[in-house]
Design a protein around this ligand. Structure first.
Ligand SMILES: Nc1ncnc2c1ncn2[C@@H]1O[C@H](COP(=O)(O)OP(=O)(O)OP(=O)(O)O)[C@@H](O)[C@H]1O
Length: 236
């Protein structure tokens, strides 16, 4: 149990969903994916999102990451209600506050691991020395520093995914959203990737919501949630 008082927890919530609804129209019928979904994520916390295929995990992550709008309800990122913001402000929050990791890494193939982590920081306006120092620190956290000069095609799948995580947090987001980040890795490699992710989350106090089918990894996270009848339900 957290020792933080409820009011403080409310203030500190990095991601807050309230009454989120998402429906898809399919011809004459309507598919309800999220209905009355409530959720809070706190700094330094890793939460597993484990639900059967088609239950709505990706939909939830897309909405939490401001990539999609809910039909109803509110998404609040670090205290700011996204529903009332302009598209430009939503994009700014997404760029600055949110990091994304996917099952397939989407690294830039013509650049080294180091450059892949440096480039987003240069785009944000940091100087090359500062960006390079932070990138090396992140690659070190992910235990791939010694592979920094290699291109993605010269890295193993697990190394590529560790670089992708370093890149996702390069601009120090407050929230990390990951959709099956270890989905295409063998269990041992998935464990290494997860270890790096955990180190980063603890060190940087970001909050991480990670969709996974991997029960071992889910068991190692701070909390586990699932989707039932469109609602977020805590598992234990
Ligand atoms: N744009 C869309 N239009 C219509 N239906 C959609 C759309 N996006 C998702 N769905 C449907 O919503 C449901 C939830 O999809 P979602 O991708 O969120 O599930 P998931 O839990 O991430 O599944 P998986 O584990 O297989 O990736 C599915 O039935 C899917 O077919």
């Amino acid at each position: 149990m957290s020792t933080v008082a409820p009011a403080d927890r409310e203030r500190a919530s990095i991601l807050r969903l309230r009454g989120v609804e998402r429906h898809f129209n399919e011809g004459a019928s309507r598919l309800t994916v999220l209905s009355g979904a409530d959720f809070d994520l706190y700094p330094g916390e890793l939460v597993a999102l484990a639900a059967p295929s088609g239950a709505g995990k990706s939909t939830l992550l897309q909405i939490a990451g401001l990539l999609e709008k809910p039909d109803e309800g509110e998404v609040i990122i670090a205290g700011r209600a996204a529903g009332k913001l302009s598209d430009a402000d939503r994009t700014a929050i997404r760029r600055v506050q949110i990091g994304f990791v996917y099952q397939f890494h989407h690294l830039l193939g013509e650049f080294s691991a180091l450059e892949n982590v440096v480039i987003p920081q240069l785009i944000r306006g940091l100087s090359k020395p500062v960006a390079t120092q932070r990138a090396m620190q992140l690659l070190n956290y992910m235990r791939v520093k010694e592979r920094a000069s290699h291109r993605p095609s010269e890295l193993s799948g697990g190394e590529q995914q560790r670089v992708a995580i370093a890149r996702a947090v390069a601009n120090a987001p407050r929230l990390l959203l990951a959709d099956e980040p270890t989905g295409n890795l063998d269990p041992t490699t998935a464990g290494y990737v997860f270890d790096g992710l955990t180190r980063l989350v603890r060190a940087s106090k970001l909050g991480a919501l990670i969709a996974t089918h991997n029960h071992d990894l889910a068991a190692r996270m701070d909390r586990r949630i699932t989707l039932q009848g469109g609602k977020v339900v805590e598992l234990e």
